[in-house]
Design a protein around this ligand. Structure first.
Ligand code: 3NM
Length: 526
């Protein structure tokens, strides 16, 4: 029989020990197939061969009924005895070459990989697909380290574009992180994972059918988003073809001129405290703000706005709903999303919302102060303590970092986003280019909302700089910092109140040439 064509989209990997107590493993398998599972692997680490064969025959009867291929984990005797459609082996199991010899050319063969070298070897050794893991921390297996989406991307990028090797990602995949994994791991040459492999998220779920439906739907959306992003080449971390920092700065005057000519519309889901200031700062800069916190109009707005700001200050349930909708639709329309995680670590709600936003959509630019960036580093570290510490800088002190540039660069690379950390010195990185901005004035810290205004400014610049969000973030910060410097020296500024008004004036008075002549920006080598 010829090798079956396989749809890897939603790959169920079983584990009897983790199966939900309300049903049998066989029921889990059947329910999950009804929910959309496209491929099944029977993974039983504790059964002897006769018991394994017995269970495999029963599972095979179900998968055959639904025309879904069944692969057997590790035990080739079982795969051959039941004439399964293929097998999956680990790095410490029987070799791929030997497995292929035993199975013959027409069976599906997959192997677990955790490094680019293992992926390349799998290709040479005749595997049809690789399981890339472990992506996130999982209780199902005890990994020494997790790859995260960017680690997965490194492996995808090691596979030549012309290779027919298929890929699935595994480890801690749940419905609420699927989209992020699929979009963030998409390789620079456009390779996107062909599927997600899931254990607990399906067999351990209350309802395996519903869980599978959700996972498949999230995978498909993530796949579409990754395709759109690649086509538009707006993803933050394509390493080649970046302008140098020097060239980026030279282009700032033109960027401000373009912003004022185009006056791009930015959808703000902002907070009650700063809404008026962020709207006025956007207008003063030359952009157009729309402050629209209703989820109901988010889709319509996504078609007409040029960028989106998600600001989680004064968080309410309805703001949260709107942020998800606005972010999702902005992603689908390839409009840049700027995330301002105001007070991210302050409460559980804010931390949870931050986590959900990062998981549910692709955020193009993250802007926060040291404390907020530190919270995000902790969240995306996926619970991996060593990594979290590395991301925060080993000797981080309080909310400060001993090496802030290294932190923003690591986070940017990991998230495939531009990260801007504001403070006395601002740091911006896209994971490859990292700068420190020395402009700005202490008065900015004495009025509320100056950071939120910077997020708005970044979003206006991102709208007119879709191919270089790094340039947008640096220009956005610089513009307001220059306005802060100019306002602080005015004779009519006597304190924070008068500064606030002068600040808005000076944003409007900023000239394109000042964006180059007065910039104090230096490249930081991490
Ligand atoms: N293989 P869950 S991680 C079976 O890294 C398996 O190769 C992994 O389980 C690898 O979906 C893993 O419950 C367990 O996190 C995945």
């Amino acid at each position: 029989m010829a090798k079956p064509t396989v749809d890897y989209s939603l790959y169920l990997v079983t584990d009897s020990g983790l199966n939900h107590p309300s049903r049998t493993l066989l029921q889990s398998v059947e329910d999950s197939i009804l929910g959309g599972v496209t491929l099944v692997q029977l993974r039983e680490k504790d059964l002897d061969t006769p018991a394994f064969i017995d269970l495999a025959r029963k599972v095979h009867a179900i998968t055959k009924k639904h025309n879904v291929p069944l692969l057997i984990n590790d035990n080739l005797d079982v795969a051959i005895a039941i004439d399964a459609e293929g097998a999956h082996v680990g790095q410490d199991d029987i070799s791929c070459v030997e497995a292929r010899r035993l199975l013959g050319p027409n069976k599906i063969l997959g192997i677990s990989t955790g490094t680019p070298e293992e992926a390349q070897k799998a290709m040479a050794d005749g595997a049809d697909y690789i399981g890339i893991g472990t992506c996130f921390m999982t209780q199902t297996k005890s990994p020494k380290r997790t790859l995260g989406p960017i680690g997965v991307r490194t492996i995808l990028e090691a596979i030549p574009a012309e290779s027919e090797l298929k890929t699935v990602v595994i480890g801690g995949i749940k419905h609420d992180n699927t989209r992020r994994v699929v979009t963030h791991s998409a390789g620079a040459h456009g390779r996107i994972v062909d599927g997600i492999a899931v254990v607990t998220g399906i067999v351990g779920a209350q309802d395996a059918k519903v869980a599978s439906e959700q996972l498949l739907s999230e995978f498909k959306i993530g796949h579409e988003l990754a395709t759109i992003k690649h086509q538009n080449n707006v993803r933050g971390a394509v390493q080649d073809g970046r302008a140098s920092v020097e060239d980026v700065i030279k282009f700032f005057p033109q960027m401000l001129t373009t912003l004022r000519e185009k006056s791009p519309l930015t959808h703000h889901i902002s907070n009650y405290v700063v809404m008026n200031d962020t709207a006025n700062a956007t207008l003063a800069l030359g952009g157009s703000p729309i402050m629209a916190p209703s989820a109901v109009e988010a889709e319509d707005l996504s078609k007409v706005v040029s960028s989106v700001v998600l600001n989680i200050g004064t968080l309410t349930d309805s703001f949260v709903d709107c942020m998800y909708e606005a972010g999702k639709h902005a992603n689908a329309q390839s409009k840049p999303v700027v995330f301002d995680p105001v007070g991210a670590g302050a409460t559980k709600l804010r931390e949870e919302t931050t986590r959900k936003i990062l998981n549910a959509m692709h955020v193009d630019i993250i802007k926060g102060n040291a404390g907020e960036i530190s919270t995000i580093a902790k969240i995306v570290g996926g619970g991996d303590k060593a990594e979290t510490i590395a991301m925060r800088g080993v000797d981080s002190l309080g909310s400060g970092f001993s090496n802030p540039a290294a932190v923003v660069q690591a986070l940017a690379r990991r998230e495939g986003a531009v990260v801007a950390m504001t403070g006395i010195t601002d740091y911006v990185s896209d994971g490859f280019r990292t700068v420190a901005i020395e402009n700005g004035h202490a008065y900015q810290g004495r009025i509320t909302g100056s950071g939120c205004m910077i997020a708005s400014s970044i979003a206006s610049f991102a709208a007119i700089s879709p191919d270089d969000h790094f340039a947008a973030a640096v220009a956005g910060i610089l513009a307001l910092n220059l306005a802060g410097e100019h306002a602080s020296t005015r004779a009519d500024v006597h304190g924070p109140g008068t500064f606030r008004a002068a600040f808005i004036d000076e944003i409007a008075n900023l000239t394109p040439q000042q964006m180059f002549n007065e910039a104090r920006i230096k490249t930081v080598t991490v």
